[in-house]
Every structure is written in C-alpha cells, then in structure tokens.
Design a protein. Sequence first.
Length: 145
Amino acid sequence: MSDYGILIPTGGGEDLPLKRDRILIGRRESCDIVLRFPNVSGEHCKLTLEGGYWFVKDLDSRNGTKVNGYRVAGRKRLDPGVILSVAKHQFEVKYDPESLGASGPPPAEDDHVEGLLRSSLMERAGLKRRSDQEPDKNKRPDEDF
C-alpha cells in the first residue's frame, strides 16, 4: 500500500496509488489519476484527505460518481473497503485511517442526501403546505373545508 492508500480496480488492472492528500481524477492528462475512457469527464471528481479519512466530491461530471452504488451529490466520506465508481469504473478504496492520523470517530460528511432527508417531500418538490400559504381568496369565511 502506498503512503496514503490505493484504489484497486474491481475489474482487474493495475492498482492506483494515492500519493498525495488531494487527488484530481479525470480524463485530462493534467489530472493526478488519469482514466482514459470516453465516459469519464475531463475533471471528474476529487479526493481529499481530512482527519485521516478520504472524501470524494463529484465535479459536475456527466456520468456521475458513486460510493457503494449511491450517487455522490455533495461530499462523501470514503471509509476503507467501499467501492468508488467513477462513471462505470469501479475501485475498492484501501487505506488505514490510523496511519493517516485519524483519532476518534470519523469526520462527518455533508452529502446533499442528509439535507434532503430533513425536508418534507412537499418542500423538496418546491411546494408549501397549505397552512404556510396565503389564505385562499376564493374561499368564503364560513367554509370549514
């Protein structure tokens, strides 16, 4: 394992060492990890090491970034052993948080899913509850419903 960990392709191929604490993944030659596939965006996602744990952030890629099959909407923690998907290319994430300075519980993630779960379905659809809206001007005052 490299100093910061490795990405192991699940479909075979060479392991990709994580050599720095910030890694840009994409199709462009300027990326730290270059994936030469047409379904990978030029700058697809970035990995950052924070508090001994890796995090991934999708960079508005066309074909998305997933962790264990769930699309990354914001920033998502990559615990050791998870499967990171860059477009359709899957990698097992291997590293040791303790050797990277982790102490105590893992840092929180701020993926958009957490925020969505705190709001109601009506709020997520952009609709307000009737009690939150202005009174119906067509309703007579003596109507109960």
